[in-house]
Structures are given as structure tokens and as C-alpha cells.
Design a protein around this ligand. Structure first.
Ligand code: F0G
Length: 357
């Protein structure tokens, strides 16, 4: 337990004798069975892969640990990424741990507070770019091509290699691939990575089949669904506010080779799934993560035959990343108390059982 993805899956990863097997205990995240939605949606079995349980609270750590290990192996001194927040948190953490200088380019005013707090805490250099994530990624590509800095966005192939281990874990736990894998799509690295993982496990006999890959973009940031770049992407799910995904082709391949789909879900559908996950399943995730469940709910409502099917929804990041949204969306009025026991009993409608002793 807690050995990290490099050690656990080294035979499937680009690990050489010179690769430092660094780890912060990434991976081995829980695959939790649904308590309510499974029955309501009529799925055979529904599971949530809780990637928010990774060291920095999102799935990014799986790929970052591999990218940073390879950067160290290659003698790099500095890393850089563009990010809607989670990649920057992860890069900053692994950079701090291994003594690499870390620079993160984030779209100004567009990153959830918890993620910014992480980059600040880990001591990364933060450049707030006036513009979208897509612009920040163009800058990061240019800067790393011109200078001796390693790019650790998912265009770095080691990131995808590390992230594919989540698919391995799903198969390792379930004994085979599920029928459906539901996943949010932003820059499209993760859907590409899961598909790679499922294909590799299928090819070497660890799995008897491969899942249908069901990707979900936010309606206002759905370039793959629409088939064209979105210049001014907009959605409440800031992590997937992306108009020109780097792994666009990888997502199309995952969809087409698996017989899957990539669909758009509205912000309202995302927020309903976000609330339902918290209130009915006890799973507090960030809004982008809820897109996978919003998509599944949408498929069920459109009559997708889910009966008897095994479904896994990837919950990509923890809800603590975006406390402001939680306060806005999930807030309930507080009741105030002076600290008096009987007063609190009264507020809660509890029966009077006599004076406190
Ligand atoms: N969910 C969360 C919580 C994310 O942070 C991201 C991407 C995605 C889903 C989508 O994954 O990009 O591989 O399709 N976040 C990136 C970032 C873009 O900068 O943190 P994807």
C-alpha cells in the first residue's frame, strides 16, 4: 500500500535503472460502490473512482510523478505547465519535493481558490496570464521549446503513461474492465490515458474486454462535441474550461475505437450531479468531476440500456479545491446558538429530558 505508481506499475512504465522511483503515495485510490444513484439510474453496478484521494487532491499526481521522475533522470532543473489549477498544484508539489524550480501559467481570475492556495503553498512561481488556458498552454509550449525547462503538461508523453495506471487499478479491483467508463474531458489527456491503459491490459491478458469510453465536456467548452475550437470557453467547471484540447485526437480515438461517445452536459446538469454526489453519495467533488456523473444521468434519461451493466465514473478531483462554489451552491442557512445546551436541543427539535447535570 502507498508505494506509488512508479514502483507498483514499473513494468508498464518507461522506467529505466536510472529513473528515480519518487513517490508521494499516488494511486491506489478507492473504487467505491454507489449507494443511491446505481438503483435510481437502473445500472447493474455503479462505482466511483475517487481520484481526489491522491496526494494533491486530483488524478494529476499519477502522471506528474512519472513526468517529474523522467525530468530528473534527464538532468532537468526546472519544470513548467499551463493549468486550470490541478496540474499546477501537482507540478508545484512534486517540484518542491524533488528540488526542481516550478513555473505555472494560469488563466488570471479563472482558477479555483483551493488550487491556487496549493501552488502558493508549494512555492511555485505563478504567472497569471490574461487570457484562457489555451493561451497559457501556447506560452508554455513556446517557452519550454526556447529554454531549458521541461514541459509537464499532458503533451509530455510521460504524463499520459502515468495516468493510464488508473485504468489498471479499475481492472485490478473489478477483475475485468467495466462496460462503461464515464469521464470528464477538458484537455483530453485523461480519456486518452485511460484508453491506453485499458488497451494495454486487454492486450496482455489482464482484462477480457475493453469499456466503452463515455467522455463529457461542459456545454460552453465543448470543442470536441462541436468539432471546432471554442475561442471563449465558459463553464462553472473551471478545470475543464478549455477550448482547444491538446489531446483532441486521442479523445476521438478513444471514443471511436471503444464504440463510445463524447457528449456535452450543461452547467445546470453538472451542478445537479455535484449536489447529488455530495448529498446522496457522501462524495464531495469539484464541479468538473461531476461532469462524469452528469453525463451518466443524461445517458440514462435518454434511454441508454444500463440494465445489468457495470459502470465506473471517474471522480477526478476533491470538492475542497473549489470552496467558493460549494459555499454558493450547497450553502444552507446556519442556526445560531449562544452555547446553551437546552437552546440547541430546542433548535434541533429534540425532546426535553430535564436540566443538564
Ligand atoms: N477533472 C479535473 C478535476 C481536472 O483538473 C481536469 C483537467 C479534468 C477533469 C480534465 O482532464 O484535461 O485530461 O481532459 N485539468 C487540467 C489542469 C487541464 O490544468 O489541471 P483532461
Amino acid at each position: 500500500m502507498g508505494q506509488g505508481v512508479l514502483l507498483r506499475y514499473r513494468q508498464y512504465l518507461p522506467v529505466t535503472e536510472r529513473t528515480p522511483l519518487i513517490s508521494m503515495g499516488e494511486g491506489e485510490t478507492p473504487l467505491v460502490r454507489s449507494s443511491h444513484l446505481e438503483g435510481e439510474l437502473g445500472c447493474g453496478e455503479l462505482y466511483f473512482k475517487l481520484e481526489g484521494c491522491n496526494p494533491t487532491g486530483s488524478f494529476k499526481d499519477r502522471g506528474m510523478v512519472v513526468a517529474v521522475a523522467k525530468a530528473l533522470e534527464e538532468g532537468s532543473r526546472a519544470i513548467m505547465c499551463a493549468s486550470t489549477g490541478n496540474t499546477s498544484a501537482s507540478a508545484a508539489a512534486y517540484g518542491a519535493r524533488t528540488g526542481l524550480d516550478t513555473v505555472v501559467l494560469v488563466p488570471q481570475g479563472d482558477v479555483a481558490q483551493g488550487k491556487l492556495a496549493q501552488a502558493i503553498a508549494y512555492g511555485a512561481r505563478i504567472i497569471a496570464v490574461r487570457g484562457t488556458f489555451d493561451r497559457a498552454l501556447v506560452l508554455a509550449r513556446e517557452l519550454t521549446a526556447r529554454h531549458d525547462i521541461t514541459l509537464v503538461n499532458s503533451v509530455n508523453p510521460y504524463r499520459i503513461q502515468g495516468q493510464k495506471t488508473a485504468a489498471f487499478e479499475v481492472v485490478d479491483v473489478l477483475g475485468d474492465a467495466p462496460d462503461y467508463l464515464c469521464i470528464p474531458v477538458g484537455n483530453a489527456g485523461n480519456i486518452t490515458a485511460y484508453w491506453m491503459g485499458f488497451c494495454e491490459y486487454f492486450e496482455n491478458g489482464h482484462a477480457g474486454r475493453r469499456p466503452r469510453m463515455m467522455g463529457f465536456q461542459a456545454e460552453g467548452a465543448a470543442p470536441i462535441v462541436r468539432g471546432e475550437v471554442v475561442k471563449a470557453p465558459s463553464t462553472v467547471a473551471s478545470a475543464i474550461r478549455i477550448g482547444n484540447p491538446a489531446s483532441w485526437q486521442g479523445a476521438i480515438r478513444a471514443r471511436d475505437e471503444s464504440g463510445g461517445i463524447i457528449l456535452a452536459v450543461s452547467d445546470e446538469e453538472i451542478l445537479q450531479a455535484y449536489t447529488a454526489l455530495a448529498r446522496r453519495e457522501g462524495i464531495f467533488c469539484e464541479p468538473a468531476s461531476a461532469a462524469s456523473v452528469a453525463g451518466l444521468i443524461k445517458l440514462a434519461s435518454q434511454g441508454e440500456p444500463l440494465k445489468g451493466k457495470r459502470v465506473v465514473c471517474v471522480i477526478t478531483g476533491t470538492g475542497l479545491k473549489d470552496p467558493e462554489l460549494a459555499a454558493r451552491r450547497l450553502q444552507q442557512p446556519f442556526q445560531e446558538s449562544s452555547g446553551d445546551l437546552e437552546e440547541v436541543e430546542k433548535l434541533l427539535g429534540l425532546e426535553y429530558v430535564g436540566k443538564p447535570t
